[in-house]
Ligand binder design. Sequence first.
Ligand code: SF4
Length: 267
Amino acid sequence: MNASILPFGGDDAALVADGSALARHARPSADYARREAAARQTLRAAHAEFGDALVLSSSLGVEDMVLTDLLVAEGLPVPIATLDTGRLHGQTLALLEAAQTHYGRTIEVWRPDAAAVDAFVAREGADAMYRSVELRHACCALRKLEPLARMLQGRRAWIVGLRREQSAQRADAAARELDAQGRAKFSPLFDWTLGDVWHYVAQHQVPYNALHDHHYPSIGCAPCTRAIALGEDPRAGRWWWEQDGAKECGLHLTQALHRIDQPGETT
Ligand code: SF4
């Protein structure tokens, strides 16, 4: 296994060395050991219950890279899948390739319906998302929600990298919930701090997106993600021109029908 800790796709070695996300954030909380053990237990319990019907839905963000590393470390053959919206940063695509090499695992790549995207772009333009919230949601529906629905088809449970700390909308995330379709949705890192996440990355030499070193805590599509300033909300770099504050694309706006905060419990 490639043990390199350097982010993949980076082009600024000096910045990486001097101000990396690792250097800025890797500070475990007092409760870190318990949280890591609980996350491992959540993953083991999810796999024991759902087997092949479980998938890790990875955005290739740092939380999902931690989850990928945990699955491999635990020896859990859970499929890992990601969405290629057609508008991802080059650094994200580079990490997709590097992560497969690093872990020796194939990552499923789900893409939007090309004809539907072409028709939308021909009608509304490539950057319609800036013109209205409705057009932004329409773009997310085409490029993210539709391929996500296909990714989850036939699967009864999914794992995601949500953390309560990430935003007000995620403040009530739980280790286990039910989504709007009745699937089990696991968030093993729900109570991890940002420092916990980066501590794990440092301890286990997890590959990560070079954009994290350039002050992108949350990485989505290139036209809809920017770096944040010191003190800004971690989600402030997503759809920054919108005023409603939701900062979600719909992937996680699911109905929480039942929550379990303690890993290992069952519904
Ligand atoms: S994040 Fe932006 S580019 Fe990506 S699907 Fe949503 S609106 Fe489209």
